[in-house]
Design a protein around this ligand. Structure first.
Ligand SMILES: *Cc1c(COP(=O)(O)O)cnc(C)c1O
Length: 373
């Protein structure tokens, strides 16, 4: 068959191991999954109530304009309804952007060790991918500018970056944006912005009014705890939105997702609580890393990237066999790092204990004589 060449060069997305899979494989009763940066506390109670009342609405197509959700997000962010686009998760917004702007003869610039879907969609569209190495886990913005040329169509920034957790401070980001040519779309993926505490982290809702070639991506999958329902939104200038809209499927955000996101947005007290608990959980890891002398990148997300002196897959496997699922840094280009989602206090404690047993095990292997029976 006449498959597109780009399709043949790609593998399907490899999701983290499912809880059931691991339970069965290792004969375990309990699994703690801290691998996909989901919210360990689920979602707001308001959402659950709203979803329970939706059982009679399934025969009707969703509102393709997401009217009520659009109005609520516009109010929440202080932008116009016409400055928003909704996607089946940020994943779909990334796809919409790629379909609209990338193709053969064009290139796109991103960091190595960042969210995988920028590259995946660019390759699918047949564009050249230019990846720029991080500097100590942070985007090398000058390097990214240097990598651009007249055929660059899109540049992707992830802040805080998945998996390193580092963010781009306001001054640096502005400085970068003003140097990017106006005909290059800058994508600012802020999937974890609600978790950020740093004061110089920019709050960018109004930025697309200043910078017409900027789109900010947000999602309900992370702090809002709605990953299974698939909703994300983009904020951009009306002109950009109207050019992206034809690449969007007509009924891309389903009815349950729209209702759930609307309810989730109303419960900001839940979001605030999740943010606080996440900070405390992060502190548990900082203490642990200090005590055990483990390197890590300071993270503003709901995950932490730990650097070991061992192969990341080995750490991952050891944890897995005890029922703790994390994410190896290997696929991100960090062969000795492990990304762990911050969980509840109890989950963090257990995960930390499990990592400790790995470290003890390695020490025993390395100096067997010091552990004479
Ligand atoms: C999780 C994640 C996404 C995907 O979000 P969805 O809305 O669930 O598609 C996008 N970008 C980054 C950086 C992420 O970590």
């Amino acid at each position: 068959m006449k498959w597109n060449e780009a399709v043949l060069s790609l593998k399907p997305y490899q999701p983290g191991k499912s809880t059931d899979e691991v339970k069965r494989q290792y004969g375990l009763e309990k699994i703690v999954k801290l691998a996909s940066n989901e919210n360990p506390f689920g979602c707001s109670e308001l959402v659950k109530k709203v979803i329970k009342d939706q059982a009679d609405s399934f025969a009707i197509y969703p509102d393709g304009y997401a009217t009520s959700l659009r109005s609520a997000v516009a109010k929440h962010t202080g932008v116009k309804e016409t400055e928003l686009i909704f996607g089946n998760g940020s994943d779909e917004n990334i796809q919409i952007i790629s379909r609209s702007l990338l193709g053969p003869g064009k290139n796109t610039v991103m960091a190595t060790g960042t969210f995988s879907q920028y590259r995946h969609n660019a390759v699918l569209e047949g564009a050249e991918v230019r990846e720029v190495d991080h500097i100590d886990g942070a985007h090398n913005l000058q390097g990214m500018l240097d990598a651009m040329d007249e055929n660059t169509a899109v540049v992707w920034l992830c802040t805080p970056n998945n998996p390193t957790g580092k963010y781009i401070p306001e001054t640096e980001l502005k400085n970068f944006i003003t140097q990017v040519p106006e005909d290059v779309l800058i994508v600012l993926d802020e999937a974890y912005s609600e978790y950020v505490a740093a004061e110089d982290y920019p709050r960018t809702n109004q930025w697309p009014q200043l910078y017409k070639n900027l789109i900010v991506l947000r999602t309900f999958s992370k702090i809002y705890g709605l990953a299974s329902l698939r909703v994300g939104y983009g904020i951009a200038d009306e002109e950009v939105i109207s050019k992206l809209e034809p690449s969007r499927e007509p009924f891309n955000v389903n009815t349950l997702a729209q209702k759930a996101a609307l309810a989730a947005l109303e419960d900001q007290a839940f979001i605030e609580e999740c943010r606080l608990v996440n900070r405390r959980g992060m502190e548990q890891y900082h203490q642990f890393c200090k005590a055990e002398n483990i390197d890590y990148y300071p993270s503003q997300g709901n995950f932490i990237f730990l650097h070991f002196k061992y192969d990341a897959d080995e750490v991952f496997q050891h944890l897995l066999e005890q029922g703790y699922i994390a994410r190896s840094g290997k696929s991100f280009g960090f062969p000795q790092s492990l990304r762990v989602t911050i969980g509840s206090e109890e989950e963090n404690k257990e995960m930390i204990e499990a990592i400790k047993t790995f470290l003890t095990h390695k020490k025993e292997q390395e100096s067997p004589n010091s552990f004479v029976k």
